[in-house]
Structures are given as structure tokens and as C-alpha cells.
Design a protein around this ligand. Structure first.
Ligand code: EPU
Length: 434
């Protein structure tokens, strides 16, 4: 429950990156030595990943609130149980480490936000090209055999498939070249951990990653990078409420594509020694934005941007090119007074893979006055877009299914309260349906 129309002001610490930490937790499976991850966010996604790893024999210990020791001296299983089915997308990444250590692997069907088809054909193709036999069976996927280095070409720069290829390549004899790789900052952060463990990975220009396989990996200590999507979300909340938010740990280097759009719409920032301060620098202007793989504007930043753009002095257009069904939140924001229309056309930046497919993946946003409403979070980022609507709107907003948001934003309610938001949690079953 949010009582809105109050500027957010104050200082909070940005958590460790959701889309790096869980991959790094799985990467520690590649060694029988202990590793330590610092800056680990306490989210339900991390808890779910710990449960999955523990079922494979990983011993873990929280050395402090955000420091996690992970150690898998021996595997206790070569497959992840069905109870971990559809929780998140992380199980898929265990395929290669399990094949390396046990010669075989089985993982259940992955989950994650319902924002598109989220196929896994690239993942299986990569492991197949690297020498594993792969297949589908029993509500999951298996892989068997010995992996070796080779050249793999990804038809689209998939984050998960690139990570899968990396975890397969680091211990595979010979050289692996991943062409068409995703190069998101979170992937570079995971590469930094792997190299600290003794891997030999080099990121070259034009989406090429070269990996020289090594015989074994050791344990390592690594500080997870700050979450750039949390930083961007809170920066947009600062501007949307005409506030001023100091984000400790925010890193300008990883936020480049965000800052370009943020400046164009009238946002301002200062870079300090320990983080970045975000505020409104000018009247809010409309923008046209297409999402894309890094170094383009991230798909994960679009939902709060759409909410924010309802306050711009003119009509904005956005085009989601990464996930074909990610705009469910946009339609739902209409209940809070947002004047939005979704379209199956490619409205900004030319045609994308979804052209002609009948997917509503573009949106036109008109200046609107938001008011309190009852909303349901459809997914993680879409849910944040709704919380943002509540923070901006006159009156009281109820957002249901917030556990979908808490999956990826560590201690979000606490942070918003710290920044002066008026919100409270109503326990019990929401009367709304998702
Ligand atoms: N794709 C395929 N085949 C595959 C793999 C991907 O067709 O085998 C397609 C997908 O269907 C999608 C596109 O490629 O259309 C991109 O998918 P990608 O594999 O890059 O996404 P992901 O690894 O499943 C991660 C993040 C997402 C983030 C995307 C894009 C995690 C756990 N998830 O997903 O994060 O949006 O990369 O950057 O790292 C979020 O944080 O809210 C979130 C959804």
C-alpha cells in the first residue's frame, strides 16, 4: 500500500547485482575449493539458488549479512530436483558444471518472469556443439559426456546462453570462441570471478569471447558488482517524484546507456566518491527508446521508464526488442490513469525480430495524471513500474503480488521508507488475482 505524491529524498546503498550473483554462485560449482562472494543481496532469488546448490552438495555459510561462503568439496547429486522447477532460470547454468564434475547432468524446466517464450534452444545447442549429448525428458533437460573447446555462434546475444557457454568452456580442453556473445556488465563481472578462479577468458571486440580451457579451477574471493537495474529504477523514482536520491555504490560505467536516455528526458546526476546522486534537472521531456542487448538500453529498465514518461510534456514512444511479451504492466497501468496504448508494430529504431509476429511490444505514452488504484505486479520489473506509479500518484495505491518484485530488489520496502515514501504492507491474501 502506497500513499503517493511525495518526493523521495535521502541515501541508500545499491545491492549486489541480481543478474550476476546467482550465476556466480553456480560458477563456484566448477571448483572443489571454497569461494567467497561479497555484496550478495538477500533476495528470495538468492535463497532459491542456495537451496538448489545445497541439494547438489554445496555447503554455505553467511560470513556477514552480505558475504557468502560457498564450498562444494564433492557433489552429492548430478541433477537438480523437481522441487526447484520453474523457480528461476539459474538451474540451467548448472548443466555444464555438473557435466564437468559428474559426467552427466539433469535440470528441471526453468522459470523466471513470464515476459516471453524464453526458449533454451541456444543453451542446448552450445553444449551439443561442445561435445555433450543433450536431450529433453522428465520435465527437464539432461546433458552427458565430455565437453571440448570449439567455435560456437549464438544467433542472438543471449545472456543466459553466453553464461552457459562460458561455464562449459572454462574447463573444456582446447580453445572455445563464443561469437555473437552477450557482453552485459554482469557477464563481465562473472568473467572477472572466473578468471580469479584461474580461468583464461578474454573479451574481444565485436561480441567475441575467447576461452582457453584449463585443467582445474581454484576458489576465489569476489565482490559482486552493484545492481545497475536497481540503480536505474531508484534514479527514475527520484526524478518521477521530483526528489533527490543518493545511491551509494552506483557505478556510472555500467549505467552509460541509461544515463544517455536519463539526460535526454531531463534527469540529472552527480558522480561522487562513493556513488551517484540523481535528481530532476529540467522539465521532463518525451523520449523515443528501443531496448536491446548491451550496450543498448536494457529491457529491464523499460517498465519504470514507461511509468516515468507519463509525466513528460509530450508523447513518448518505446519499443521492446528483447522479450516479446513484456508490456503486460503497461496495459495494467491504465487503471492508475496512465494514457498508454500498446502496438504490435516496431515503433522506434527499425524492425526487430518480433516484427509481424502479432506481439504487442511497442507502446505510446501520453502525458497523464496518475491516481491511486489497485494494481497487481505481473512480474519483477513490471511490478516495480507499478510501485513507481503508486509513489507518483495522488491517493493510495495497492500493489498485489509484490513478492514478484522482492525476488529481485533487495529490501525494497525498507529502502523506499528510508527515502521518505509512505508505504505499508497489508498482510494476508490480496483480493485481487494476478
Ligand atoms: N533466447 C532464445 N533462445 C535461447 C535463449 C534466449 O531464443 O536459448 C531469446 C529469448 O527468448 C529472448 C532473448 O533471446 O527473446 C534474450 O534472452 P536472454 O537469454 O538474453 O535472457 P535471459 O538470460 O533469460 C537475462 C536476465 C533478464 C534480462 C535478460 C536480458 C537473468 C536471470 N535474467 O535473462 O533479467 O532481462 O537477460 O538482459 O539474468 C530481470 O532482471 O527482470 C530479467 C528478466
Amino acid at each position: 500500500m502506497i500513499s503517493g505524491a511525495r518526493p523521495l529524498a535521502g541515501t541508500v546503498v545499491v545491492a549486489g547485482a541480481k543478474n550476476a550473483v546467482t550465476k556466480q554462485m553456480v560458477a563456484t560449482l566448477l571448483s572443489d575449493e571454497p569461494s567467497v562472494l561479497e555484496n550478495v543481496p538477500r533476495t528470495s532469488e538468492v535463497a532459491a539458488t542456495l537451496g538448489m546448490l545445497a541439494s547438489l552438495g554445496t555447503q554455505y555459510d553467511w560470513l556477514s549479512r552480505n558475504t557468502l561462503l560457498l564450498h562444494t568439496p564433492q557433489l552429492s547429486a548430478s541433477g537438480i530436483g523437481l522441487e526447484h522447477q520453474r523457480l528461476n532460470r539459474i538451474g540451467l547454468l548448472a548443466l555444464a558444471p555438473l557435466v564437468h564434475r559428474a559426467g552427466e547432468a539433469w535440470v528441471p524446466v526453468p522459470g523466471g518472469c513470464a515476459i516471453g517464450g524464453r526458449q533454451i534452444d541456444f543453451h542446448l545447442a552450445v553444449l551439443g556443439q561442445m561435445g555433450a549429448r543433450v536431450g529433453i525428458g522428465g520435465d527437464g533437460f539432461w546433458a552427458r559426456g565430455r565437453l571440448h573447446g570449439t567455435r560456437v555462434v549464438l544467433p542472438y546475444p543471449s545472456v543466459g546462453a553466453t553464461e552457459n557457454a562460458l561455464l562449459a568452456a572454462v574447463l573444456a580442453p582446447g580453445c572455445t570462441e563464443i561469437a555473437g556473445a552477450a557482453v552485459e556488465p554482469e557477464i563481465r563481472d562473472t568473467i572477472a570471478l572466473l578468471n580469479r578462479m584461474g580461468a583464461r577468458i578474454e573479451v574481444l571486440r565485436q561480441r567475441r569471447i575467447v576461452v582457453e580451457g584449463v585443467g582445474r579451477l581454484r576458489g576465489a574471493r569476489h565482490r559482486v558488482m552493484a545492481d545497475r537495474s536497481e540503480a536505474a529504477s531508484l534514479a527514475m523514482a527520484a526524478v518521477a517524484t521530483d526528489g533527490r536520491v543518493n545511491l551509494l555504490g552506483a557505478e556510472p560505467r555500467s549505467l552509460g546507456p541509461f544515463l544517455r536516455v536519463f539526460r535526454a528526458l531531463g534527469g540529472g546526476w552527480r558522480v561522487g566518491r562513493r556513488g551517484m546522486v540523481f535528481f530532476r534537472d529540467d522539465v521532463l521531456r518525451p523520449v523515443s527508446v528501443a531496448t536491446g542487448p548491451y550496450p543498448h538500453f536494457s529491457t529491464d529498465w523499460l517498465p519504470p521508464l514507461v511509468t516515468l514518461l507519463t509525466q513528460a510534456r509530450g508523447v513518448s514512444q518505446v519499443h521492446e526488442t528483447v522479450f516479446e511479451d513484456r508490456l503486460a504492466y503497461a496495459v495494467r497501468l491504465g487503471a492508475a490513469g496512465a494514457r498508454l496504448s500498446v502496438s504490435d508494430r516496431c515503433l522506434v529504431g527499425g524492425c526487430c525480430r518480433f516484427a509481424g509476429g502479432g506481439h504487442f511490444h511497442s507502446c505510446t505514452i501520453e502525458p497523464s495524471r496518475l491516481h491511486g488504484a489497485r494494481l497487481v505486479a505481473p512480474d519483477l520489473r513490471g511490478g516495480f513500474a507499478m510501485i513507481l506509479a503508486g509513489l507518483m500518484a495522488e491517493g493510495t495505491t495497492e500493489v498485489g503480488c509484490v513478492e514478484r518484485v522482492e525476488r529481485g530488489y533487495a529490501e525494497l520496502s525498507e529502502k523506499l521508507l528510508e527515502l521518505g515514501a509512505h508505504l505499508w504492507v497489508r498482510l494476508g491474501r490480496s483480493r485481487m488475482t494476478a
